[in-house]
Design a protein around this ligand. Sequence first.
Ligand code: NPQ
Ligand code: MG
Length: 385
Amino acid sequence: MKITGVELRTIKMPLVSPFETSFGVESDRLAVLVRVVGTVPDGGSRHDRQVEVQGWGECVAMELPLYSSEYADGAAEVLRRFLIPRLLAESEAGRDITAEVVEPLLESVVGHRMAKAALEMAVLDAQLRGSGQSLASYFGAIRTSVPSGVSVGIQPSIHALLDVVSDYVADGYVRIKLKIKPGWDIAPVEAVRERIGDQMLLQVDANAAYTLADARVLRRLDAFDLLLIEQPLPEDDIRQHAELARLIKPPICLDESVVSVRAAADAIALRAAQVINIKAGRVGGYLNARKIHDLCQANGIAVWCGGMVETGLGRAANAALAALPGFTLPGDISASDRFYELDITEPFVLDDGRIDVPTGPGLGVAPIQTILEQFTVATEWIQAK
Ligand code: NPQ
Ligand code: MG
């Protein structure tokens, strides 16, 4: 496509309840959205008529750099100053902008994967709306719905945790994920396992809060038949995850550590991950996310689709990705109402423990303008020359 311009929009959405993890408590979601507008040849017409297309991207960077080094306002700045100008310059120079060329064109900007992913996602949505293809079919999806797990934050008491978990089980979620941290680990996991029974899928996520010196405590989780333990050790510590893997029963799943296709290959080669949580924003986009899926499938490594408290835009794209054959474990693609009273798109609802994969062109969903305006805190238009 030839890009006409790009809109950068920051929205703030209240969460239905505070979401506490080992790195902090979130009560709102501050998110940067990208809308790319461009023209593509009108496939139907004999003359070289152009049709206008547009696409949306969601940046998963949080308000504060607590999960990773990126944060929402910083991502908006990098998009405004470096990433969007580069893409516009290439388009103005006559290059046809497709999702496949976004990462190579932005490679000279180091890092900022979540910001880059948002721009690639918007271009991909616009491109597929132009060709009339759904994101799921573009990926080669094989499912029309995906199993849905839920991420449960740290609660003020075990009693409160059991109430929250029982509600989610009653809602139909097929897998429970508990956030843990030193001092909130053995007791909550034991109580929840006792409450949900032996059959229910249960996993934990430490968000990098432990060290290898905690192996003795982590080994006490062996008793609870966990599906996996997610990111127990620091992000930049692949080697010690391999050591810990030899000391504990549950498979180790990496999240924060897998920031690229190469990092995934390293983790697999070092036996630091038996399972990988794939988040497109964390690895620079959905195209890299699919490459990691393919790599893991070739290496017999199970993957599942992680969540970053996305709005319906990111949720739609995640559902399409999770419909690929190698996604064999339930993801954190929960219903919209896990986090939001009101989503900016048509809400995603749980249907017998599953989330439907959108079938429409591109993401298959788009923001509802009135609701979008309601949550908008800033918006700017960057016009192509
Ligand atoms: C994880 N996601 O798997 C992340 C952590 C996380 C669903 O647990 C706002 C935006 C709040 C992103 C809280 C889940 C968040 C967030 C937690 C991501 O590690
Ligand atoms: Mg995680």
